[in-house]
Ligand binder design. Sequence first.
Ligand SMILES: C[S@@+](CC[C@H](N)C(=O)[O-])C[C@H]1O[C@@H](n2cnc3c(N)ncnc32)[C@H](O)[C@@H]1O
Length: 284
Amino acid sequence: MLASRWVPESVDTTLANHARAFDFLYGGQYNFPVDREVARRWLAIEPNLRRWAQESRAFLGRAVSSVANAGIRQIIDLGSGLPTTGATHEVAASLARDIRVCYVDCNPIVVAHAREILAKTKNVHAVLGDIGSPSRLLRIAAAVGIELTLPVAVIVSGVSPLATNAQQIVRALEGVRRVVAPASRLVLSHGLPIALAPELDAGTSLRPFYVPTEVCGQASLERLFGNWTVLDPGVRRIPLWQPLHQAVRALQKPASPPLVAAWAGVAERTSTRTEASAAARSLL
Ligand SMILES: C[S@@+](CC[C@H](N)C(=O)[O-])C[C@H]1O[C@@H](n2cnc3c(N)ncnc32)[C@H](O)[C@@H]1O
């Protein structure tokens, strides 16, 4: 259901926003004509993008269910986009009432919308932060009630830097993996199969870019988990990670590079509590 108030006065709705364009691709209503126009331009370049976006969102839902069912009660969702249309807190709340969610996005417009949308939702926060600064964003998460000495699920799902700035992501995830408590989980899926140019927010530019498999392959995603234990079924193509539907048949259709190129997985920290709490203390 559309929140009654979700557009802050500061937001110019004549300028496109990529997260609202993605909400359109997910099938949501939190978007404007200018966002839909951008999404249609993306689709003209990559007709499989809608399927990729929806499969990616569906993976997010299955992964959130798996961490909630494992008893984890805190989630940090990095590069969250809008908290709409099958978002983390919605899935989490359908399984347990006491799950705390901290959404982090580097785009101030996304965060401004998210704060309006979540204004009446308990235990869910939206904060501005960059995946590239893990210690800063873990501090921000702690400030909204995430206990780094307890298990936490950290999600980086469908975020383009996974594809476009591999080194930054490797370093950032090393930082996150070091400080979270044992039994924490990392949920990862590869980002967009196309790169969106920085001027996208003005709705002006889109550069097609297919992710090279050495950056975006199965092995590269496995490396991002470091020495954590990758949980069943391992790193799989996004629709095939604990599929609930006929994903296998969909993958067999020709010409679906986004689905074929993008991988997903969930891993768990199995190191000792002493090691992890020392690292968390040094951060705070
Ligand atoms: C495709 S959208 C949302 C995907 C969403 N996580 C999902 O699984 O459906 C990607 C989001 O990542 C955000 N983003 C991109 N680079 C980021 C970074 N370095 N730090 C934080 N957020 C980032 C963008 O602003 C955008 O809202």
